[in-house]
Design a protein around this ligand. Structure first.
Ligand SMILES: Nc1ncnc2c1ncn2[C@@H]1O[C@H](COP(=O)(O)OP(=O)(O)OP(=O)(O)O)[C@@H](O)[C@H]1O
Length: 356
């Protein structure tokens, strides 16, 4: 097992290196915006598979702003969708919605209508043999933890509130294999009535998940300010696309910079990223690699990717002509079924958290 980081140790130096990764919970303000963007896109795609959308949200206190570009024949109530998402996450307040949407620029549409990429940009895909999910172990642990926390919020909403996040600072050996966790940092919003009991419940969840992988947690840092009662958009405003690292590989791979949420798949920020992940997994298995990282790049309006770069523990790997064909946006959309309405789901715990 291992990852793309290969720590060189001095001869006889057995010390482990420390590396960290993080996740945010479904009720984190930025993640709320990601899920609303995804949910609006899903509703549009259900009714009109030719929908073009770049939907962004901002959230502060009880007001949600929805803006961006949507060209669709779908008849949807965006405000209602936003309120439904907030309720599903566990927010019980009334939210005001402000909208400002226009159609996609005709100048952009010309290129996309001719099957060209919806934007320029770089997208990275990554896979490693740490886990059966082909993701780094510390990432898998945090995804499982965030999913368990989400269950707690729904089972016991008067005690556990939706906002929060978690971070692992792990000890890694020279093959970049997670050996143990130095600090499991957890910030969870709660009613602050019985922290002794609720902290114990939270710790038990983390320990149970880690035990499955033979990982020991040396120390917990729980709500390190001492208190986390005020949360959600009352403590921190939210924006779509501000958690792009959580959405992808939680710091274990490079980041292209584009957001994957609220964008229809003619936009390569979403389709290119999912294709890069699929190719990384495929190449990893075919070539029995420890890790594989792939970069795709596109120009707006052009069909073929400008370049594909494949890196791995066995060095750079060649790119086939077939691979370039596969990476044309229309092929990706068809092959990966990207017109299915799964975008809200993908925004919840990261885009690669629910792969079959
Ligand atoms: N017709 C056009 N042709 C080429 N470039 C355009 C066209 N119209 C707009 N642009 C440029 O593309 C930019 C959009 O790129 P940007 O990377 O900000 O997109 P995004 O997908 O909304 O955001 P992010 O990548 O941060 O998630 C616009 O701000 C503008 O500079």
């Amino acid at each position: 097992a291992g990852g793309k980081f290969n720590f060189t140790h001095e001869k006889g130096d057995e010390r482990m290196k420390l590396y960290s990764n993080e996740i945010v919970f479904r009720g984190h303000p930025d993640k709320i915006c990601d899920q609303i963007s995804g949910a609006i896109l899903d509703e549009c795609l259900k009714q009109d598979k030719y929908t073009r959308a770049g939907i962004e949200c901002a959230l502060k206190n009880n007001r949600i702003y929805i803006f961006g570009e949507i060209t669709t024949n779908a008849k949807i109530d965006r405000a209602e969708i936003a309120r439904r998402v907030l309720k599903d996450i566990g927010y019980r307040e009334e939210f005001q919605v402000v909208e400002n949407i226009s159609e996609q620029s005709r100048d952009i549409a010309i290129g996309v209508d001719h099957l060209g990429a919806g934007d320029q940009g770089m997208m990275f895909g990554y896979a490693c043999n740490d886990t059966k999910e082909l993701l780094p172990l510390a990432q898998v642990i945090l995804i499982k933890f965030a999913k368990e926390y989400d269950k707690l919020v729904h089972i016991n909403p008067d005690v556990f509130y939706p906002d929060g996040k978690a971070q692992i600072t792990g000890y890694y050996d020279q093959n970049f294999k997670l050996k143990d966790i130095k600090d499991f940092t957890i910030s969870y919003q709660n009613n602050e009535k019985n922290r002794f009991v609720t902290d114990a419940e939270i710790k038990a969840i983390a320990m149970t998940i880690c035990r499955e992988y033979g990982i020991h947690i040396q120390s917990f840092l729980i709500n390190p300010t001492g208190k986390f009662l005020t949360g959600g958009p009352y403590a921190d405003s939210g924006l779509t696309g501000r958690k792009i690292v959580v959405d992808a590989y939680q710091s274990f791979a490079n980041v292209g910079g584009g957001c994957m949420n609220g964008k229809d798949p003619t936009k390569v920020d979403i389709s290119g990223a999912h294709k890069a992940r699929e190719l990384a997994k495929r190449i990893l298995k075919e070539k029995r690699l420890t890790w594989c990282e792939l970069q795709l790049s596109y120009a707006i309006g052009l069909e073929k990717p400008l370049a594909i770069y494949i890196d791995s523990d066995k060095g750079n790997l060649p790119v086939s002509t077939n691979m370039i064909e596969e990476c044309k946006p229309a092929r990706i959309i068809r092959d990966l079924h990207l017109l299915e309405p799964r975008y809200e789901e993908w925004a919840k715990f990261g885009h690669f958290a629910n792969e079959e």
